[in-house]
Design a protein around this ligand. Structure first.
Ligand code: HEM
Length: 501
């Protein structure tokens, strides 16, 4: 009995000694910034609220320039995520989320691997060239016609118009087809994005993603695995239907040029190396990452117009010079060179209230030193988006929506001057599509309508994630500018309503 007691004591002693020695060694080797107090083992995992914008801003005020490691100034984001992108571009290892639920092929969760590089190269080559502009801009111009028509018909539910526009552009760009009413694929995506979000942000949902060693348990003991595998299987089957539909249209010669066709052709000609599951997940990743982002951004332009009407007068003056003061025609993306102020509106929309409020984590792949700190490989870094956007040292009067702040020599570098598209090598691969979406939506909405805040229902300007697309996120009075504008909205709307592909 005594010897059993001694053995237990000896084991405990050696565990404690091991912990003390490894902590001592870690502290000697690495030097981390001030730590926000948390719990043993899980640290701050359960403390970070969602959305984390204002929490992150408070933490930045309290703890200084570097934090998670949250990076709280453009200077440190540039120094680390941009200039040292070669080692700051991976993602946290999430066995459930990225491997089981996503077949290891959903790009946004991938580490900095050859597979990621390959998918990224394919997406970039199709989405970001001149050719891409020629292919995708017509979809955006057309959907903008329906955007203004939908807002005109149901101004109180303006959020639906923004959602339809964004979904339809992304389906057109990826699959060459418009969004249908009650679109089956979109309903399906809407159903599962909440689940994905839950697994991404709620550590209790996904123990293997917090304690990654659980991934080494024998498979029958991994109780979370069957759910993840079923999730993935259902997903692949749903996107396979979309693929079959496209092949059918290609056979009939009625398919529109789109991303999915370019991937299929590129793979057939061996320009791209990509297997069938990965093909499906490149489409998936783009549809998922490309629709809600634009939907919320457009709502933010509307909120910015209603809360700070001064700039809208200026924007309308420029729009009238180009498109006529008497509603002669709708703006189109071909007007961009003549309308730099709308480009500034697009950039200010992205800066004003970044909806990925605390950024997206980038994982360090090699030990690194920075300004006296020593970080171990595996540390996660995120730009603290809200905090930087609302910092007076970064922007004068940061709460105010003021496009003029972007009227400078960098105007045409769409990702410069804000961090809403991310940073370094992980920067949003669809940023041209996203930027054009915001541009054309802002131009057409401002040209056609006045936006007024209801003094009885002031817009909550600090809480702008607006996830629920089923109800208006804030009250706003939207009225057409004149009878001539109504006539234009109706005639352009009719063209869009008749377009069927
Ligand atoms: C207003 C529009 C958009 C915003 C604000 C936005 C923002 C972002 C951000 C912040 C990231 C993470 C960057 C990082 O980790 O550093 C990202 C990644 C990504 N975005 Fe966008 N995005 C938008 C539109 C789009 C569109 C239209 C597409 C597709 C056509 C798209 C596709 C992607 C993909 C695939 C990734 C993952 C990149 C990777 O992990 O390497 N996004 N986006």
């Amino acid at each position: 009995m005594l010897s059993v007691g001694y053995s237990v004591l000896a084991i405990l002693f050696s565990l404690i000694l091991n912990h003390v020695v490894s902590t001592w060694r870690f502290n000697r080797k690495y030097k981390l910034p001030n730590v926000v107090p948390g719990w043993p083992i899980i640290g701050n995992t359960l403390d970070v609220p969602y959305p984390a914008g204002m929490w992150g801003k408070e933490m930045a005020k309290k703890y200084g320039e570097i934090r998670l490691v949250y990076l709280n100034s453009s200077r440190v984001v540039t120094d680390l995520l941009e200039k040292r992108a070669a080692i700051y571009s991976s993602r946290p290892f999430r066995p459930m989320l990225s491997d089981i639920m996503s077949a290891g092929a959903r790009m946004v969760f991938m580490g900095y691997t050859d597979k990621w590089r390959n998918q990224r190269k394919i997406m970039h080559s199709i989405l970001n060239g001149r050719q891409a502009e020629a292919k995708f801009v017509p979809f955006q111009n057309l959907e903008a016609k329906q955007l203004v028509y939908d807002v005109f018909v149901d101004p109180e539910n303006y959020q639906k118009a923004s959602q339809r526009f964004s979904n339809s552009v992304i389906l057109s760009v990826i699959f060459g087809r418009r969004a249908r009413k009650d679109d089956e694929l979109l309903q399906f995506i809407l159903g599962y994005t909440g689940v994905l979000g839950d697994f991404q942000f709620n550590p209790l949902k996904s123990p293997a993603d917090v304690f990654t060693w659980l991934d080494k348990l024998p498979r029958p003991l991994q109780w979370w695995r069957p759910f993840g595998e079923k999730f993935c299987k259902t997903h692949v089957a749903m996107f396979q239907k979309e693929w079959d539909l496209l092949i059918d249209k290609m056979d009939k010669g009625i398919a529109k040029p789109c991303f999915a066709i370019d991937v299929l052709n590129g793979a057939a000609k061996k320009e791209f190396e990509i297997d069938n599951i990965e093909k499906i997940y490149t489409w998936t990743s783009l549809v998922e990452a490309g629709s809600d982002t634009s939907r919320i951004a457009i709502l933010q332009t509307i909120a910015g117009a209603a809360c700070y009407p001064e700039w809208t007068k200026k924007a309308r003056g420029f729009l009238d010079e180009v498109c006529g003061a008497n509603a002669e025609r709708l703006p189109s993306l071909a007007d961009r060179p003549k309308l730099p102020y709308i480009t500034a509106v697009m950039k200010e929309t992205l800066r004003w209230r970044p909806f990925l409020q605390s950024g997206v984590p980038h994982t360090l792949t090699k030990d690194d030193e920075y300004e006296g700190y020593r970080f171990p490989a595996g540390t996660e870094f995120s730009w603290n988006a809200y905090s930087i956007a609302l910092d007076e040292n970064e922007y004068a009067n940061p709460l105010v929506f003021n496009p003029d702040r972007f009227m400078n020599g960098n105007l045409d570098k769409w990702a410069q001057g804000h961090w809403s598209f991310g940073a370094g090598r992980r920067i949003c691969v669809g940023l041209n599509v996203g930027a054009n979406n915001i541009w054309i939506a802002a131009a057409c909405l401002l040209y056609c309508f006045n936006f007024e805040e209801d003094p009885d229902y002031p817009i909550d300007q600090l809480n702008t994630v607006w996830e629920d697309p089923t109800k208006p996120p804030f009250k706003v009075k939207i009225t057409p500018r004149s009878e001539a504008h109504i006539a234009l909205i109706k005639s352009e709307g009719a063209i869009a309503l008749a377009a069927d592909y």
